[in-house]
Design a protein around this ligand. Structure first.
Ligand code: HEM
Length: 350
């Protein structure tokens, strides 16, 4: 018999990086505060709402489609690429789930590799390599891999059996265009593999084993609350902001902090507890301070891919009866752009 969800999860300790822990310790419950000489932190739902509604994110603030190799990515192009990877995700989800898949091991890495192979499995190695997690360590390494990949002979051809995302890449001609196309491939595919596996690793750590009747949707929403992968949203100094709140100076950047608003005791009952059932009665699109996918004026364009992929991973883990290694009592959350536990060990129950 696996232990009850609450008792197993309660034996675990999540150790946030000291700077994340200090942010929560020093600022939980504050709506707006000075973080740095030139940066204001914002966690209050009303002021966050007004700041995010005041203007759209600029191209350098956007998380996914920032300029690439010095070139701006237009909104139309970003939208086309998001649709392309969306088609690939839909196609992968419509196909049979690979049999005998083994999801034991260290997460999020295991989930990441599963998603990479499920969605991009038929793409050539030089493109799949762009999903290597080691490339996260340094942008320089990423650009070296891209430079080599673009120069190698045997560039994929549009007629090959490729994903739609790789087909776009295959149409690039000449070294510079190929480098750019490879960068774009990584930009579009990375959130699908990296972010979704991180989200599911967080959920498994925070709550598994889950009660049989608990819907995946609630597990995901609750995990996005306690460990939001996008834990901060940056907006650079802008004339609209001092007009919204006099504590924001004309030169101040603003860092909106879902990490804090998602745990604010004024907004949540028992804020530190992992309670998926709270989502039985809450609307994630309309809950003050809940911003895992950004603001209603421009929510994440990829969120409709995230939910089914995360649900598939959870179904496979739950269906196989996998559990977090009972010997693992501690997981660390490093200070990275993508918030999540870095090594959750999943095992078959003995
Ligand atoms: C767990 C997974 C994900 C989370 C938590 C997440 C979170 C977010 C957040 C918070 C924003 C708003 C950022 C801001 O206003 O500054 C955003 C925007 C966006 N997301 Fe996601 N996202 C996820 C997955 C994806 C995926 C799979 C894609 C698909 C490629 C995607 C593409 C985008 C795009 C295109 C935008 C609009 C702005 C931009 O160009 O970056 N996201 N996302």
């Amino acid at each position: 018999m696996p232990p009850s969800p609450s008792s197993a999860a309660l034996t675990r300790t999540t150790v946030l990086h000291p700077r994340l822990a200090a942010l929560i310790r020093d600022h939980l419950g504050q709506d707006l505060f000075r973080l740095e000489p030139d940066t204001i932190g914002v966690a209050g739902p009303e002021v966050a709402d007004r700041i995010l509604a005041a203007r759209r994110a600029t191209e350098t603030e956007r998380p996914t489609f920032k300029p690439l190799q010095g070139r701006s990515i237009t909104r139309a192009e970003a939208s086309r690429i998001t649709r392309t990877i969306g088609d690939d995700v839909r196609e992968a989800l419509a196909g049979p789930v690979p049999e005998n898949v083994d999801l034991t091991g260290s997460w999020p890495l295991t989930g990441h590799l599963f998603l990479r192979d499920l969605i991009l499995g038929r793409d050539p190695r030089r493109l799949r390599m762009l999903m290597s997690r080691t490339l996260e360590l340094t942008p320089k390494l990423t650009w070296s891999v891209i430079a080599v990949g673009a120069a190698l002979p045997g560039w994929p051809r549009p007629g090959d059996r490729l994903t739609k995302l790789a087909e776009r890449t295959a149409r690039a001609e000449g070294y510079q265009e190929r480098r750019y196309a490879m960068g774009m491939y990584r930009r579009a595919a990375a959130p699908v593999c990296f972010t979704v596996s991180t989200l599911v690793a967080n959920a498994l750590w925070l709550g598994s084993p889950f009660d049989e009747g608990t819907p995946n949707r609630n597990i995901i929403l609750e995990s996005l609350r306690l460990l939001p992968p996008s834990w901060n949203l940056l907006r650079n100094a802008s004339p609209e902001y001092p007009a919204i709140d006099g504590r924001i100076g004309t030169e101040d950047d603003v860092l909106l902090l879902p990490l804090l608003s998602h745990r604010d005791p004024a907004l949540w009952d028992d804020p530190d507890a992992f309670r998926p059932e709270r989502w039985d009665h809450l609307d994630p699109e309309d809950t003050p301070g809940y911003l895992p996918f950004g603001h209603s004026s421009e929510r994440c364009w990829g969120r409709h891919m995230v939910m089914p992929l995360a649900e598939l991973l959870l179904d496979l883990v739950r269906g196989a009866g996998l559990v977090v290694d009972p010997a693992q009592r501690v997981a660390k959350v490093p200070l990275l752009g993508l918030l999540g536990v870095d090594d959750v060990r999943l095992v078959r129950p003995s």
